[in-house]
Ligand binder design. Sequence first.
Ligand code: AMP
Ligand code: ZN
Length: 465
Amino acid sequence: MTAALRLYDTYQRKIRAFAPLAGDEVRLYACGPTVYDYAHIGNLRTYLFEDVLRRTLEFFDYRVRHVVNITDVGHLTSDADSGEDKIEQGARREGQSAWDIAARYTRAFQADWRRLNMREPAVWCRASDHIAEQIADIAEIQRRGYAYLTSDGVYFDTAKLKTYGHLARIDAAGLAAGARVEVGEKRRATDFALWKFSRPGEQRQMEWDSPWGVGFPGWHIECSAMAVKYLGAEFDIHCGGKDHIPVHHCNEIAQSEARHGTTLANFWMHGYFLQFDRARMSKSGGDFLRLDALLERGYEPLAYRYLCLTAHYRSDMKFSWESLDGAAAALCRLRAAAQAWGEAGESVAADADAATVADFRREMARDLNTPRALAVVWALVKSELPPTVKKATLLELDAILGLEVGRAPAEEAIPAGVAALAEQRAAARAARDWAAADRLRGEIEAHGFAVDDSPDGSTLRRQRG
Ligand code: AMP
Ligand code: ZN
């Protein structure tokens, strides 16, 4: 018997059997990026987890309707309702319009998405394209008695919902009783903005008319409005990073309970964080690694994809260059093995090995246990199966791995900038300009490469750390 898919649901805090709510279609919503800056590789880890989830569902013969939003308005510098709109802040920082900033970073994000071989969602939806839907939802939430007005916006009244915060096991009443937090005009610390007014005297680039006054929607209402529009008021899986559990997703659920009487999704799934130097990597922290920084050092994007597969999505993962080196080397070995099997087996078509596929499937069925699934792949590599069978099996498993294992193993790529520096250094050495040669060596090292000199010339190799 083939293993049935079991997934961890944050709402119920347990791993349980997955089945679609209707038919064989899985409706999947993933909170997308806030496009005020480039995505860092931590953000990308979360989308990779979601891509693996989607590919697994497809491997289990479900059709998946995958919706990803683009947050281009309403996400303030604090996840609570204070601070500046991140997009407006980005626009000021870069001297461009908020619309241009959003368009530019959306393009960059989607380019990263494709480089990591993530499957294209059925729908990409932008918050600013769905203002009417959000206003209609807020009006209905208000009509049902779950909203109140303050001088700066329309707020959700979390005291009206007994279940508020269940996803994060928040004790809202306890919080309120012992509250030392400054709530301003809010009635409770957990109340959140549905609509914010543009501040008097402030000229926002993104603002709209509404029944309550000119302003912009809160961050949470965009996701529930778009999710419901594209997937219905109760769909299968809602995902995001684990930081979304205590605020954003609790609030999406509250809005949906008030508006539709549902908790929005049957499963709530959360990817854990990528950590860099022990700290969580954050976009607002300023100092973060983009996928481009990896490419500049000569890594291919799929090496990062491999690295993410080595950790379970529900554990934090520490990033290091050593571990990325290991992932790049493993990927290269896998492709070299596949290539060798192809050559050994000529053109005989073979079926995949059913036992290996079943083992792999069983590991993925256990809440997407990718590290164990990779172990199955390496057991296949070491097995005594005929090469053509090994190759057919690996290609079949790659439907989930997404590593393009059929590709020729890449030579170590030397980025063009580093190659140019090496050429300049060779010229300096030929001219016996040792000071220039040393300076150029320093520049090459700053790009993460070491130079080894020998009587036959100099060679470049990637440096660790
Ligand atoms: P943002 O663009 O800031 O709205 O975040 C996009 C996604 O990345 C969200 O699902 C976050 O939960 C997730 N995320 C943010 N930081 C990290 C991190 N260090 N590791 C993994 N995921 C993250
Ligand atoms: Zn969201």
